[in-house]
Design a protein around this ligand. Sequence first.
Ligand SMILES: [Zn+2]
Ligand SMILES: [Zn+2]
Length: 301
Amino acid sequence: MEFRILGTGSATPQLQRNPSAFVVTVDNFLILIDCGEGTQFRLLQYKIKVSRLRYILISHLHGDHYFGLIGLLSSLNMQRRTEQLDIFGPQGLDEIIYQQLKYSGSILNFKLQFHVTNPNTFDEILNNDCLKINTFPLKHRIDCTGFLVTKKSSKRKILAEKLPENFPVTFFKMLKEGMDVQDELSGKTYKNADYTIEGSHEKQLAYCSDTIFDESIVDYIKNADLLYHESTFLEEQAERAKFTFHSTAIEAATIAKTSNAKRLIIGHFSSRYKTSEHFLVEAKTVFEDSFLAQEGENFII
Ligand SMILES: [Zn+2]
Ligand SMILES: [Zn+2]
């Protein structure tokens, strides 16, 4: 699983920072988390294949987290996308998008499936063979959810080069599931340990979009391999952070420490700060494995 940063700014437009948008790569498909204004240009800039985009997760309806959505959808349509796209977001998002499509006379070639997120509780919104996604409540000025993306552990990997050429295909499943195989025709036993290796372990990414410092979220995101947490202000603006329902770098780091995250990425920097280094200095006083969100950067989880 990979986590790429497309935007590190907050609500006020900034020339040196773009608004929130992040791409998660799982196997061969993509998940877009938040879609601030101009996200489609960042996708072009970093040569990200939008044809592989499968899910879009929107945390809340402040413009810096979704104003890029209609532009991206229109462009996907012009690229003749036909595959269904699932969008998970707050109540009202579907209405906004459908109105924009209606009054621009746009008819999509692909199916848009909206799923309304619940801002009040920990909720499972997706669960398939390789992936699980949960939402959890954040405390912001309007309804807002965080996302917990879990890439499931994979089954055992077969060492195909060790198997005989005529090894029956029907036995592959048994090997993947960790069983020994008894071939009654040849009388040979294939010991699982000789022909497979362990699959990949479960990995978790926790995404905390705009929120006031709120230790109750720790319960939802314990032991995440990677935690992204907003860090709009430095400590000197701690009061302003509270007043605007945002967090400081130290508060983000405190969440990382208390939840036992392996790594922390901080972003969503206020336009009042022209450089970001001080955010990292403050975060590291609480949590050593802190990193600054930098646009274009890709974290392997
Ligand atoms: Zn924001
Ligand atoms: Zn916001």
